[in-house]
Design a protein around this ligand. Sequence first.
Ligand code: CDP
Ligand code: CDP
Length: 230
Amino acid sequence: CDRQPIIAIDGPAGAGKSTVARQVATELGLVYLDSGAMYRAITWLVLQKGIAIDDECAIAELANQCKIQLIPSEDLQSPVRVWINDIDVTQAIRSIEVTSNVSAIAAQNAVRQALVEQQHSWGKKGGLVAEGRDIGTHVFPDAELKIFLTASVSERARRRQQDFNKQGQPEVSLEQLERDIAERDWKDSTRKVSPLQKAADAIEVKTDGLNVSEVTAQIVNHYQQRLSQW
Ligand code: CDP
Ligand code: CDP
């Protein structure tokens, strides 16, 4: 088949997936796909419409009808702008309210089916660095390179706190962030449909003590090694 290569990056919240995937895509001239932003956008819409989080029928209908767009932008803070039904929700989908509800909505089968279908259509020609929870196991199981990024809960909470400080958001304690991250890890990895799991053929990259450039360099290196084997 003449599809371009796909790099799948999965892992828990705060492991560095978005930052690193973006940088890998830039270095290799590939397109970056943030699948988490799609689950966040649906969650934002559900909350905005006042639909109950457990109303699976109404949410399924919404997921099947909505239009999600991920549009590259020049803004370094938000290099991809996220739109749902022609509303720019780039900032709104990062709110605490969306973050604390997204795992419940992402666990719903119909939501996953609708979004995975969209991801498949974007990935048809390849040339992608896609990141999320189920990219290597479920969305693109034939990806040429699969990376499973991890870091300890305390390291991930520390990173999130730094992000909040940089964005001028209200102070959240490290203990609270650790609890939130551990809870989301648990929900994402124990759900029935497409749980967060390391694919059998994924390379695990532990990022404690490594900066973004070091992790990016490791992944680019793995990619080049794979390329030389094809
Ligand atoms: O950036 P962060 O790791 O906080 O989360 P995200 O990648 O924006 O994903 C938000 C949530 O969407 C995750 O906690 C998962 O519940 C869900 N998600 C998923 O189920 N499958 C994906 N491929 C991506 C995200
Ligand atoms: O997408 P995910 O939730 O996995 O993580 P992220 O949003 O890309 O990264 C969370 C924060 O950790 C960002 O501010 C990154 O710059 C930072 N980070 C880091 O300090 N060291 C790394 N090796 C990776 C990310």
